[in-house]
Design a protein around this ligand. Sequence first.
Ligand SMILES: C=C(O[C@@H]1C=C(C(=O)O)C=C[C@H]1O)C(=O)O
Length: 346
Amino acid sequence: MSEINDLRRQIEDIDDQIVKLIVSRFELVKKVGEIKKEKNLPVTDEKREEEVRQRWILLARRYGLSESFVDTFLPILFSYSKIYEVNSAKKRRIVLLGYGGMARALASLFKLTKQEVVITGRDLLKAEKLSNEFNFVTMDILNAIRWGELIISTFPPAVLLSDFSSKIYSNIKGKIFMDISSSKNLVFPYIEEKSLKENFIYVSIHPLFGPYIYPVGERVAIIPSKSSNDDVVKDLVKFFRDNGLYPLVTTLEEHEKAMAIVQVIPHFYLLALSESINKLSKELDIDFSKYQTTNFREVYKLIRKINDIKDVIMEIQSLNPYADKARELGVRELNNLYNELLEKKK
Ligand SMILES: C=C(O[C@@H]1C=C(C(=O)O)C=C[C@H]1O)C(=O)O
């Protein structure tokens, strides 16, 4: 036993050094972040990440560490590095309409950059619960939008199109209003028209990440409207960059087409895959959880994630204007593959 204890003391010594070294690394990363902010550069630098990865792979080979360790460890290191790189940004008065997962993700970023944030919605108790998590403030909707400067709605499309939101649109003259919908085909023209009529500035955004906390370095699509000019867009690009995201200015059409590719098809396959796995395991009467391969584990993680946000996923399937085309193609490709494999058997 004392031999184990002795070894464990040595392990602890090494752990001490690892933690100290990681913190020293983060301190340097923080300095890189300050320079990037001065130079208006985004937090994420994919080229540099690949460079770092290649160095690590060489080191791993030299010292006999597995490459899979590198590929498991580095993404975690990078994602925490980026949290350290986000500094306080110019203070804006931000109103978050809604208190779901995406509101929480955005709130976590605004906490890192020390923004002034008011969280509000139809249920003020729920709004307060989220506010408390980050030490932000809750107000009723009308007071919040009177106070705020940037209004970010995390409401679902049906709410954005309702009379409830109309009341908001007619009380935000001169302010910037953003929605975060994944499918914008319905809401964009509707809010754009409201913004021209009610004299507010509408810029549609789409955070390209799920409802996870501290999404530093992730992308956000920005879609200008007829009521927003270049200065507003430039200002928002800087705002999102300073708040740790990677802004991408695009158009409504391009956005919807891109989402057909990166959301509609993958979600469609994953939902079907989820059902197929469940049904086959019942039919064959096998508890597959005991037999998880590494790849299966990754795939199943994704399946679980999308099942958690099934409402949003079904909404995208029904609202994206290219969804029918995408799904038809998806089914056709499955059939092709099916036939190809059948042919081989003959
Ligand atoms: C520290 C930097 O920022 C990020 C973090 C990196 C890291 O932890 O090594 C690498 C690239 C960037 O995505 C950098 O650009 O060097």
